[in-house]
Design a protein around this ligand. Structure first.
Ligand SMILES: C[S@@+](CC[C@H](N)C(=O)[O-])C[C@H]1O[C@@H](n2cnc3c(N)ncnc32)[C@H](O)[C@@H]1O
Length: 261
């Protein structure tokens, strides 16, 4: 299950039902703490960050023993999260027969990029992509290739796992590549601890994106060359990306207008 970014209001009723119906909860301690309101009487199997394969294997073996297990992820369970590992383990072997035969259900959650977008306005109004900057499981050369392709394609980009204590150079690399393709004042949203009491959301220009302003509980959303800021009557500044239908050269609407005139 994906429990959303944090607040109970952003957790789906189906996920709440599935957690409530389970006997055992398996997950990273921070995420299990976030669902304490519906955890009474359930056995908690806490894990530290990392050790994902151990976590998922344990959840599946418990399920094979007849327990009803909620494997708890933040955001969406299938976006850089544990649902994938369930299928990898079934595919690659190494499980007991009972664990291979368990019944599986995947329930979606609000991912960090949707929460960040909603807080900031509507930056995902046109084509976007996500890139994880973690090189734990992906070779750095592959990440560099994707950053370059997304920069050339002028996608809005949501960077997951932007930094860690050890990983300090990747986000600066991405910023420098993006600066070759979009304006220095392109809005960048830094959204930290979304849906949690410590939530912090701010917008900076692309040229002012600094690694030290970002931590591992932050998602970084970089606008496309069309993304802009707008001030509303209450003095608040929002970030949005136009849908791109505004009679631009080469669009269907523009050619219809040309034909009509
Ligand atoms: C392993 S990924 C998990 C993503 C998660 N499954 C989702 O759909 O949001 C962890 C990264 O997601 C982002 N993230 C997850 N929860 C967040 C939150 N509440 N606020 C800001 N960023 C978050 C951060 O970039 C973090 O480094």
């Amino acid at each position: 299950v994906g429990i959303g970014p944090g607040t109970e209001a952003w957790r789906s009723p189906e996920v709440t039902r599935m957690i409530s119906a389970s006997t055992d909860l398996v997950g990273y301690s921070l995420y299990l703490d976030l669902i304490e309101d519906i955890s009474k009487g359930k056995v908690r199997h806490d894990y530290d960050l990392g050790r994902e394969e151990d976590r998922v294997r344990r959840a599946m073996e418990l399920s094979g023993e007849g327990k009803s297990v909620a494997l708890v992820c933040s955001g969406d369970a299938g976006i850089y999260a544990m649902a994938t590992l369930v299928f990898e383990l079934i595919d690659n072997g190494g499980l007991s027969d009972a664990a291979r035969r368990i019944e599986i259900a995947v329930s979606p959650g609000i991912s960090a990029l949707q929460a960040a977008a909603a807080r900031a306005g509507a930056p995902l109004g046109h084509d976007f992509c996500t890139i994880s900057l973690s090189d734990l499981l992906t070779p750095w050369a592959a990440i560099q290739k994707r950053v370059k392709a997304a920069a050339e394609g002028d996608f809005v980009i949501a960077f997951y796992n932007p930094v860690s204590k050890r990983r300090r150079t990747q986000l600066a690399y991405a910023r420098d590549v993006l600066l070759e393709h979009r304006p220095a004042d392109t809005p960048v949203i830094l959204a930290t601890n979304l849906g949690r009491p410590e939530e912090k959301v701010r917008a900076v220009p692309l040229s002012g994106l600094e690694v030290d302003d970002v931590d591992m509980l932050t998602i970084v959303v970089v606008g496309s060359s069309d993304t802009r800021m707008v001030k509303t009557g209450d003095g608040k500044t929002w970030v949005y990306t136009p849908r791109g239908y505004s009679a631009k050269e080469g669009t269907g609407i523009e050619s219809q207008e040309r034909a009509a005139s």
